[in-house]
Design a protein around this ligand. Sequence first.
Ligand code: 3PG
Length: 220
Amino acid sequence: MDVTLDVSGHLTALQVMRDAPVIPVIVLTDVRQAVLLARALVAGGIRMLEVTLRTPQALACIEAIAREVPEAVAGAGTVRSAADAQACAMAGARFAVSPGYTHAVGQACRDAGLPLLPGVATGSEIMMAQEDGLSALKFFPALQAGGPAMLKAWSGPFGDVRFCPTGGVTMANAAEFLALSNVVCVGGSWLTPAEALARGDWAQVTALAQQACQLIRSNA
Ligand code: 3PG
C-alpha cells in the first residue's frame, strides 16, 4: 500500500487503483468473516477491497468492514444500477466497481460521492465513460475480451486512459498485464480463495496478499 496516501478523506478512482498492484474481488456471506478477511488482507499490504454485491450479506459485510477495520477501504463491486450505488454508499462503501457502464450508474455514483471504476470491453464503452469524465477504468472481462493485446491496441487511441484489467487475471499472468504502460493495477479473486475463507485460513490470505504486493508495476 502507498503509505503516503491518506485514506481517511475522499479518494479518486486513480488513487484506489494506485494503492497496490491488485484489487481483490471478494465474495462474502458472513459478516464476521468479512472483518477477519479485511484484517488479513491489510496485514498483507492490501487495503482497497472490492466486496461484490453478489450475496444478500454483501452490504452488511461492507458496513462491518467500514466500521471495524478503519485501516481498510471497503469498496463495492458488481454495482449495476443507481439503486446499487446508493445502497453501497449508505453502507459505507468508499468506491464502486461495475462490470459495465451506464450513464445512470455514473450519475448515481457522482451524486453519492463515490469514485467509480466502470467496466469496459469496447472502444465505444471507453468513449461513453470518458464523456462522463471517467478515465480510470476496469477492463472486464480482461482475459476473455482480448487480454494484454487488447490493452496494447487501446494505448494508441485511448492513451489518456488507465486500466485495471479484471477477469481471468491470476498470479501467473498478472505481471504481463502490469508491464503495460496503460495498466495501473489488476483485479482478481485469487487472493481470497473460497476454501481458505471456509477454513478461516487468514494466514494464507495474508501470504497471497504479500505475494501480490511484490508484483512489479511499470506504471503506478
Ligand atoms: C469477477 O467479477 O468475478 C472478477 O472479474 C473476478 O474474476 P476472476 O475470478 O477471474 O479473478
